[in-house]
Structures are given as structure tokens and as C-alpha cells.
Write a protein of this length. Structure first.
Length: 438
């Protein structure tokens, strides 16, 4: 009975960590609205630093899991998360009047450097938590259907947190102006810090099974890089994460920008942008639940072909339809609550893309590791590194939007989704079946 009670506490804690992964990840893009007021090029740099950590920590996190175990890896991740959030909070208190260097005509202050450092540290945390929470929930559930059920439940909380984060940030910011500062979102940082600290204490005193410790390490004659469909799948994952993050991130910037370059909303632009980004993440939750219901009968290839084709159609409509064509969509204000706001119809089609992107990761991963056998775990570490695409591609899109505009920058994502369609149709075929994988 005591062990069962301990497991329940650990499971609930893992659910909170699942939510924290989405919270920390989705915090960077909407907070970019704040830094854009000081530096026009800075909108996606926090997001970039967050995802850049995956490039350095993807494989080491997996190795740490094998050598140190789930509990120690989770504790280190939680400690890093608390430190990262604290450093971001610090950027709201110090350094605003300390010039460090110049970028173009902008004098970059120390507080922005502090914020980027905090985002980078949080990236290490999220990467390590991603490595821990899925297998840990499987173990706590006893494997099999129960373990998978816990993972799916955690994934639903992840999507829910991803939905609420841009909504809360937008509500706290309200209308973006030159007076908008990091201090406006400090309440969310306090909540995040508290969750990290409490989760650390719970994991510290809870017994976690450690099946990976003491496992004998094997050496192989090949690697995942010897499989063409895996290599192309690695590129597809890089593209996917960039598309997944870039669509709502740039949409948020577009709606929040009160100038003629943006959507032109003079009041509560950030609140409306945050609400629309939240709708995108909510539709991702709907898409994941729908995919769970049909995945037993519909193959990953069919799902990926269908979703990438529809996503390309939505992106094309969002790009070519004129800004003057408007539609009423829900926004959110911290004082007035939900309200209907007129926005360009492009916003609707970009939000609908969430239904499509929701299933792409799982489909690409399944196709890319199909037939890998004993090389599957190595491939998982490589895929974790490629999550860096969620930082690189939105940063490129943000730079592109400076010259061609927010909406035209979606041509980049249109091409990347096109590559994922190519992968589903042609690139996912395993042409290296002669390599032994048993």
C-alpha cells in the first residue's frame, strides 16, 4: 500500500513535469513580444536559446539516464529549471541600464543577455525532462497499456499547458508598447519556480525504479546514419519542430504588432495574439486525441501524407488571402475576459494548422525508426538533438519577416512542410534492409 501511494505521488509529479515542459518551451516566443520593443531583431532569440540547448544536451541526457538513473537525471533537470527561471526573473530586476555591445544601431543591455542565459539554462532542463518523463511514466505504470495510458495522460497535460501559456502571457502584457517590460510576466515566473522547487523535493524523497542502471553497453557495427530513411527523417524532424513553433510564434508577433506591418490591432494586440496562439496549441491537443483514436487503423504514412497536404493548403490560403478580408475570432483580456475581435482571415488558417502539426512528430518518428531494431535508442538521441530546429527555423523566419513581412515569411514554412510531404511519400521507405538489426 505504501509503495502504491508513493507511485501515485511520483506519477502526479511527472504529470506536472510534462506540463512544465510545455510551459517553459512555449514561454519564450510570447515573451519575445517584450524584447522586440527594445530590439526589433530579438523576438525569437529567447526561443532560439531554449532550443539550442537540445543540440548540446540531446545525446548527453540519454547517456546520463543510463549512467546516473532516472531520479538523479530528473533532479538535475529540475535544479537547472529552477536556476533558469530565476535567471530570467533576474533579467527583470538588473542590467537594464548597463550597455554591453551594439547590434546595428541597437545598444544591447545586460538584462537581455541575462534573459538569454536563463532561456538557455531552461533549454537544458526541458531537454533532460523530455528524456526522463516518458520512460519514467511507463515504468511507474508497470509498462504495457497502463504505462502507455499514463504517457498519453501526461501528453494531454503537456498540450493543455502549451495552450494556457501564450494565453496568460498575452493577458498579462495586454497591449504591447514601449513601456512593456519583463516585470509584466513575473507572476508566471514565480509559479514556474514554485512548481520546480516542489517537484524537486517530491522526487528527492520518492523511490523510482532504475532498470537502466547496470545495463551492459553493447557495441554495434553500424549506426542509424547508415539508414537512408532515418537520415531523411532526422531532417524531417528538424523541419517539423521549426514549423510547429514558427506558425504560432510568428502569428503572435503579427497580431501583436499594431502598425501597418502587423494586423493593425491598436488595443490588446498581445492579448489577442496570445489567445490565437493558445487556440493553435489547443487544436494540437484535439489532433493528438483524434490521432490516438484512429492510429490503430490508419498508418503513420497515411496520416503524415494527409496532414502535410492539408497544412500546405492552409498555409497557402493564409499567405494569398488579403489582409482586408477579416473574420471574428476570440481574444482575451485580463480585465474583460474573452471577447470577439476582428482579425485577418489568415489567422484562422494558421490556427487550423495546429490540427495538422499535432500528429506529425509521432508519424515522422515512427517512419524514421521503422526497421532499426537495436539502433532505435541511438536514433532517439539524434532526434532529440534535432529539436534545435524549433529555435533555428523560427529565428530565420523572424529575420525573413523583417524584409518580406510576417505573412510572406510563411513561404519558408510552406517549403518545409513540402519536404515533410516528400518524406512521407518517398523518403520514408527503408532501402537498407540488408543491414542486420537483431
Amino acid at each position: 500500500m505504501e509503495k502504491k501511494k508513493t507511485n501515485v505521488i511520483a506519477i502526479v509529479t511527472m504529470f506536472f513535469l510534462f506540463a512544465m515542459i510545455a510551459f517553459v518551451t512555449n514561454l519564450a516566443a510570447p515573451v519575445g513580444n517584450i524584447w522586440k520593443q527594445s530590439y526589433s531583431w530579438a523576438g525569437m532569440w529567447g526561443n532560439m536559446m531554449n532550443f539550442l540547448a537540445y543540440l548540446f544536451m540531446g545525446i548527453p541526457a540519454g547517456k546520463m539516464l543510463q549512467t546516473k538513473g532516472y531520479k538523479k537525471t530528473a533532479l538535475v533537470a529540475l535544479a537547472l529549471g529552477a536556476i533558469g527561471i530565476f535567471v530570467q526573473w533576474l533579467s527583470s530586476k538588473v542590467g537594464a541600464d548597463v550597455a554591453v555591445f551594439k547590434v546595428g544601431g541597437d545598444v544591447v543591455a545586460l538584462n537581455f543577455i541575462i534573459y538569454l542565459l536563463g532561456a538557455f539554462i531552461c533549454g537544458f532542463c526541458v531537454c533532460m525532462l523530455n528524456t526522463v518523463v516518458n520512460p519514467m511514466l511507463t515504468i511507474l505504470g508497470g509498462g504495457g497499456n497502463k504505462g502507455n495510458q499514463l504517457v498519453q495522460a501526461g501528453g494531454s497535460l503537456n498540450s493543455l499547458a502549451g495552450t494556457l501559456t501564450p494565453l496568460f502571457v498575452g493577458a498579462l502584457i495586454g497591449t504591447v508598447s514601449n513601456d512593456t517590460k519583463m516585470a509584466d510576466v513575473v507572476p508566471l515566473l514565480y509559479i514556474a519556480l514554485a512548481v520546480f522547487v516542489v517537484s524537486f523535493l517530491i522526487i528527492l524523497f520518492v523511490d523510482i525504479p532504475e532498470p537502466a542502471l547496470g545495463a551492459k553497453k553493447e557495441s554495434y557495427s553500424h549506426s542509424p546514419w547508415n539508414f537512408r530513411h532515418t537520415v531523411l527523417g532526422v531532417a524531417a524532424i528538424f523541419c517539423y519542430v521549426g514549423v510547429e513553433v514558427g506558425i504560432p510564434g510568428t502569428l503572435n508577433f503579427y497580431i501583436s504588432d499594431p502598425t501597418a506591418k502587423g494586423a493593425g490591432l491598436l488595443m490588446n494586440g498581445a492579448a489577442v495574439g496570445g489567445a490565437l496562439a493558445a487556440m493553435y496549441w489547443l487544436l494540437m491537443l484535439v489532433g493528438r486525441l483524434s490521432s490516438t483514436a484512429i492510429s490503430g487503423k490508419v498508418s503513420p504514412k497515411t496520416q503524415l501524407v494527409t496532414t502535410t497536404s492539408i497544412a500546405m493548403l492552409f498555409l497557402l490560403l493564409a499567405i494569398i488571402l488579403p489582409k482586408t478580408t477579416q473574420i471574428s475570432m476570440p481574444g482575451f483580456d485580463i480585465h474583460k475576459g474573452f471577447m470577439m475581435v476582428q482579425v485577418p482571415i489568415s489567422a484562422l488558417f494558421l490556427v487550423l494548422c495546429g490540427l495538422c502539426t499535432s500528429v506529425m512528430w509521432g508519424c515522422i518518428f515512427s517512419l524514421a525508426v521503422n526497421g532499426l531494431g537495436k539502433y532505435t535508442e541511438q536514433a532517439s538521441g539524434i532526434f532529440m538533438m534535432m529539436v534545435v530546429g524549433g529555435g533555428v527555423i523560427p529565428l530565420v523566419q523572424d529575420a525573413l519577416s523583417k524584409s518580406v513581412g510576417y505573412i510572406n515569411s510563411y513561404w519558408l514554412l510552406f517549403v518545409l512542410v513540402g519536404y515533410m510531404l516528400f518524406y512521407a511519400l518517398i523518403g520514408s521507405k527503408n532501402v537498407n534492409k540488408d543491414i542486420p538489426v537483431d
